[in-house]
Design a protein around this ligand. Sequence first.
Ligand code: SF4
Length: 312
Amino acid sequence: MTLTPPVPKGFRFPDIEEHLFRKLGPVLRASFGEQVARISLDGGYTCPNRDGTLASGGCTYCGEGSRALIPRAGSISRQFLESVSFRKERAFIAYFQSFSGTYAPLDVLQRQWREARSLPGVVGLAISTRPDCLPKPVIRELARLANELPLWIELGLESADDATLRRINRAHDVNCFVEAAGQLADAGIPVVAHLIFGLPQEPDDAPQRAISLINGLPVWGLKIHPFHVVRGAPIARAWERGKLSLKSRDWYVDQAADALTRLRPDIVVHRITGSGAGPKHLAPDWAVQTKKLYSDIERRLRKRNLRQGALI
Ligand code: SF4
């Protein structure tokens, strides 16, 4: 397995001296000369952890609901044009965010990716998926695309602790993620890892162990968000019965700031906050104030006079 992470085609990496960590926004601006917006698209996929292939309940925190594959011709363009009609940016990453973005027959994926890349203003593709949804023909197609345009794959790890992955019913283990990240990198495809901090019953040192694991993998980017409960997720029932203990805001700010100080300096940070969408979000309350949370994490770094990678 290569240890050098592939980066999206043509990307530039500005010096991070003026920032506390390597944020995606400045990387996109340096690469395209303007602000770039990600436009979320739903390819109509489902997920093997929901459709009965691996399990039917899904991850315990997942509020996506279940459905059958509905790949409608033209729907990608419609979604995209509706979303960009009220955006001020003129350059876009088409982002296949919902469910498992590679869980469909190859010809369906090829058609949708072709449609997405031909849309006005689209400068690149991002595809979010599970590490066990990457058959060889799909990796080959992604490698071909990554050679032609900026592209990255977002891969859910969520926790580097197998016991936690079992508890949240991820239906894959840490090794599955390690192997998938290696296969993608070997094929020249940039990988963005997803982590959740504060998963129920996870040991307090789990986030920092996850960062150590990521540092040793050919990963180009990282997304972190606090564990939160959304309406419709299996775990929402435990929260509604008062049986779920959630981490405090202070704990999260500390862990996120610590994670950045221990993160390899070349890794691009795509996100350090996150919450459920609008009324779907149930708890914790503080997670929805993402801007405030973001600035408090930066403040924590400034107070400690530390930046990304300072404590490696
Ligand atoms: S979180 Fe993702 S992998 Fe888990 S059940 Fe939901 S769609 Fe599937």
